[in-house]
Design a protein around this ligand. Structure first.
Ligand code: PGA
Length: 254
């Protein structure tokens, strides 16, 4: 059985002070929810303070990005070694990083490799643009992104994949549940080709893109969607708690 995983991607939002307030506002309720893995990914500057607040809770910590090198002359960058002391998860290849910061399938591949080597669990993001979607290229794009992401990497146990159609991110226009499920199944089949049936059956695949407490059921109710990567709605404590609560209800009911 795959344990559902809901991750909060705060993006470039919250000062350290605001991060503390937001964690305090959701921590107690989140901790009490069973059967769902909960991950909070604040900005780098708040990782240590949020780590302290999450001590002795069931809520895990993640980063939103990292460099693939372990250290060196890369002014302004954060390495996987640094993160491995602080958190368990790291989001890799988010579409905003691909679109605005020059990330490619190749850098994504290097980052996944580096994360796994240091015991960090990557949350690997893939997703098609609106143009690609409308041109009927979704299957091709997602297949290519998944294959390239894991190219030459021998073992990926524990890795999480987030299917995030770019047209659904921050737009309020979430995908339909059955679309998200179809692409999740596609991703699972690509993983099966690469790593075999057992790894494919175990890997957790999230949907991301305008998930709210109101629409999360549509995704969580699907056979192949194992959680959500949540942006905007994760900045509101009650909304994020609602998403995790709904997930727990649906996944533990069946
Ligand atoms: P959104 O962002 O929930 O605000 O659409 C999701 C994401 O980019 O991870």
């Amino acid at each position: 059985m795959r344990v559902p995983i809901i991750a909060a991607n705060w993006k470039m939002n919250t000062t350290p002070g605001e991060a503390v307030e937001l964690v305090k506002a959701m921590k107690k309720k989140l901790t009490g929810i069973q059967g769902v893995e909960k991950v909070i990914c604040p900005p780098f500057v708040s990782l240590t303070i949020v780590k302290d607040l999450l001590k002795n809770t069931s809520i895990r910590l993640g980063a939103q990005n990292m460099h693939y090198a372990r250290g060196g002359a890369y002014t302004g960058e954060i390495s996987p070694v640094m993160l491995s002391e602080l958190c368990d998860f790291v989001i890799i290849g988010h579409s905003e990083r691909r679109a605005y910061f020059g990330e490619t399938d190749q850098t994504v591949n290097k980052k996944i490799r580096a994360a796994l080597e240091l015991g960090l669990t990557p949350i690997v993001c893939v997703g098609e643009t609106l143009d690609q979607n409308e041109a009927g290229e979704t299957i091709e794009v997602i297949t290519r992104q998944v294959k390239a992401a894991f190219s030459g990497i021998e073992a990926i146990e524990g890795t999480v994949i987030a299917y995030e159609p770019i047209w659904a991110i921050g737009t309020g226009k979430a995908a339909k549940g059955d679309q998200a499920n179809a692409i999740s199944r596609l991703i699972r089949s690509v993983i099966a080709q690469l790593y075999g049936a057992q790894v494919a059956a175990d890997i957790r695949i999230q949907y991301g893109g305008s998930v709210t407490a109101t629409n999360v059921d549509e995704f969580i109710g699907q056979t192949d969607v194992d959680g959500a990567l949540v942006g905007g709605a994760s900045l509101k404590a009650a909304e994020f708690v609602g998403i995790v609560e709904q997930t727990s209800k649906l996944k533990t009911a069946g």
